[in-house]
Design a protein around this ligand. Structure first.
Ligand code: GLU
Length: 449
């Protein structure tokens, strides 16, 4: 029998050969595979069953044309995707991303991460992801509606409440989910469990909007407390300024931390007095503006363009990358460490490069990987599905308490899995192993499908 290391290396070489141009996908796979080596040594039957080669191949990839008319009457065409990655433990579940960078590598890396994240929630949801290379920036409401309707006209053939349940991600929020839901309903009739992140008047769950950001902080709280720290009077950098960042900031402030910076793709805002969250919400959620607009209304704050400097050069105790993949590299990580960072928790999906993660781990910085720390969003999506199926609407506090319990369990399970495989404190390995084992057991039971 080959060793775990030999098996993992062999499968990874095949994955590289078969997906040679998909850098982000290979990066996500490499991180997970590396963590799983001891698991295959302990459970050689998963080598015999070739679980890894099966898991890394999406069950299905759908790619489609999305034609639409812009406000000038010009015909535009984008490419839409849905990757139905794994249904081993439940219907495909995961968000839709509308961003010009979306391509097959991006949706595959996100879908792959989603398998493990969803497994970690303890809820019965498989892994999927989708989106389009559509840029919502600068588009009118009408353009957004026409695009999303065209996108759903094709996507609706492939989804359903027990089949595949999309939700939001970058560029897809409440407005887009509303239009997507309307178009699905027009074509198929009312089935409210087909999408999550819906408006509260048509089957959405209280606390879904807050869930990813709050969940990151609940997870970080467990990690800090287990190591003798808390949030009181700590300074924090939160990159991004979307839904995840805003609600991470809200919970950080409620727990006594001071958030000194936020960002978007054009640059970062430094506010040494602490971010004024009402103003940030006005700028981002109401005005749908860029973060630079914040500095016009807040005297002591400054804006630095992305090409002129990095948000990670600021000094803080805690860092929360909540923007996008690969936004924090090895050099950024070294600067954070030099500046005395204690803990880093990922609100975005794969925001730290492999080099950055290595720096944090070598330096003994507490590090919470996204697939564990940001699982609160999809967890509450699964709670939205439960409420839809039972035709109930739980209170904010009921959902929030369930979210606290889920994030605490994810922390405990990840920390214990790491310990079990002699990797105490390594939450990257712990989350990958804990997420993997449930999926592997289900695949093993279901035979070659
Ligand atoms: N896009 C979010 C994520 O990365 C949420 C997905 C969902 O709610 O289905 O987990």
């Amino acid at each position: 029998m080959v060793s775990g290391k030999e098996y993992v290396t062999r499968v990874f070489e095949q994955v590289k050969a078969n997906n040679s141009h998909e850098d982000e996908f290979l990066q996500a796979v490499e991180e997970v595979f590396h963590s799983l080596i001891p698991v295959f040594d302990k459970y050689p039957k998963y080598i015999t069953e070739n679980i890894l080669a099966r898991l890394v191949e999406p069950e299905r990839i759908i790619s489609f044309r999305v034609p639409w008319l812009d406000d000038n009457g010009q015909v535009q065409v984008n490419r839409g995707y849905r990757v139905q990655f794994s249904s081993a433990i439940g219907p495909y579940k995961g968000g839709l991303r509308f961003h010009p960078s979306v391509n097959q590598s991006i949706v595959k890396f996100l879908g792959f991460e989603q398998i493990f994240k969803n497994s970690l929630t303890g809820l019965p949801i498989g892994g999927g992801k989708g989106g389009a290379n559509f840029d919502p920036k600068g588009k009118s409401d009408n353009e957004i509606m026409r695009f999303t309707q065209s996108f759903m006209t094709e996507l609706q053939k492939h989804i359903g409440p027990d089949m595949d349940v999309p939700a939001g991600d970058i560029g897809v929020g409440g407005r887009e989910i509303g239009y997507l839901f309307g178009q699905y309903k027009r074509l198929n009739g009312y089935q409210n469990g087909v999408l999550t992140g819906k408006g509260l008047t048509f089957g959405g769950s209280l606390a879904r909007t807050e869930a990813t950001g709050y969940g990151v902080i609940y997870f970080t709280k467990c990690m800090l407390e287990a190591n003798g720290h808390d949030f009181k009077d700590k300074t924090a950098i939160v990159s991004g300024s979307g839904n995840v960042a805003i609600y991470a900031i809200e919970k950080l402030q409620a727990l006594g931390a001071k958030v000194i910076a936020v960002s978007d793709s054009s640059g970062f805002v430094h506010d040494p007095d602490g971010i004024d969250l009402d103003l940030l919400k006005q700028v981002k959620e109401v005005d749908r503006d860029r973060v630079i607009a914040y500095t016009q209304k807040r005297k002591n704050s400054t804006f630095t363009e992305a090409k002129a400097g990095s948000i990670w050069s600021l000094k803080a105790d805690l860092a929360f990358p909540c923007a996008t993949q690969n936004e924090l590299n090895g050099d950024d990580a070294k600067v954070l460490v030099e500046n005395g960072v204690i803990a880093v928790a990922e609100g975005a999906n794969m925001p730290s490069t492999l080099d950055a993660v290595a720096v944090f781990q070598e330096e003994g910085i507490l590090f919470a990987p996204g697939k564990a720390a940001n699982a609160g969003g999809v967890a509450v999506s699964a709670l939205e599905m439960s409420q839809n199926s039972s035709r109930l609407a739980w209170t904010f506090d009921e959902v929030d308490q369930k979210l606290v319990d889920i994030m605490t369990t994810i922390y405990t399970n990840s920390a214990e899995a790491a310990k079990e495989f002699d990797l105490e404190g390594d939450l990257v390995a712990g989350a990958n192993i804990a997420g993997f084992l449930k999926v592997a057991q289900a695949m093993s039971s279901q035979g070659l499908v």
